[in-house]
Write a protein that binds this ligand. Sequence first.
Ligand code: ADP
Length: 355
Amino acid sequence: SSYHNVLEENRLLYNQVQDLKGTIRVFCRVRPFLQGQSNGQSTVDYIGENGNIMIVNPQKQGKDARRVFTFDKVFGTNVTQEQIYADTQPLIRSVLDGYNVCIFAYGQTGSGKTYTMSGPDLTTEETWGVNYRALRDLFRISKARMDVIEYEVGVQMIEIYNEQVRDLLVIHGNIRNNSQLNGLNVPDASLVPVKCTKDVLDLMKIGQRNRAVGATALNERSSRSHSILTIHVRGKELVSGSTLKGCLHLVDLAGSERVDKSEAVGERLKEAQHINRSLSALGDVISALAQNSSHVPYRNSKLTQVLQDSLGGHAKTLMFVHINPEVNSIGETISTLKFAERVATIDLGAAQSNK
Ligand code: ADP
């Protein structure tokens, strides 16, 4: 019966979720050289088994020139969108079982964050990013469980720019909120009920349009603000009447590039300072969680405040860090990987026994 199917599915899911060691995982993705770019020297020397990546810095000599970083997984330039999603899918399913999940895209502007999260082209499913695949799965699985659990789904979309939160789903000035579903620490952000993937895609278009308002160019604005798409689910078990709540936050972070202090002035400098501060606050929170620290500094940025309920506790975090292989990005590449290394869960036992 479908009830037994769901139980079996839950058992498999439980095993998969247990397999994901720790609650914080870091995946590194290397984007290929783009058409028209020299296919010359790459700063990625090799990608090994077990999540190792070796970076070579052409500006340095001898043993200082190479450095190995280790993450949960490293995806090379030939990895498809489908393969990327396959490793993300267990987390998406767990949302329907009542987990809170955060997926972050981190990296300098142009390193492939949008490519991973949204994909380059919505018209071909093959290139769909994590966002669309996740939505499709959420609705597909909730439908398959229909006889057992009744789900309600709602969407929020906000932007954080210069430490200010903006609701991107205000439609004709209407704030719609169903506080029972709220899992984002933003009082009154619109929360719109949805029934299918298309409903969400339509809302995302509205969000994108709202995001562009007031910005000189969408690309510029989107690289300097964080955007959060949150999918809330509430399930009611039909037999027992018990309920569960979960949410999925898909977070496209502002570009992590450092701004040359001597060049940035005025607005640009202010933006850069806000971005730096919030990204390092995020790093501090995740690394405090990874180390089971008793104090987690959520209050140091809007980003970490807004996501507080979904960072730590039983929540699960996945961070995709993106690098590009160009030689002139070596500085950003190394600082991105150092950031990622700081937030990656370190299994001290394993690290020591390797020595
Ligand atoms: P970001 O969002 O970090 O600014 P984008 O996702 O816009 O970066 O990527 C920059 C460019 O590189 C885009 O033209 C994008 O299509 C391309 N690109 C990024 N990642 C990949 C990839 N894995 N495979 C092919 N092209 C990619």
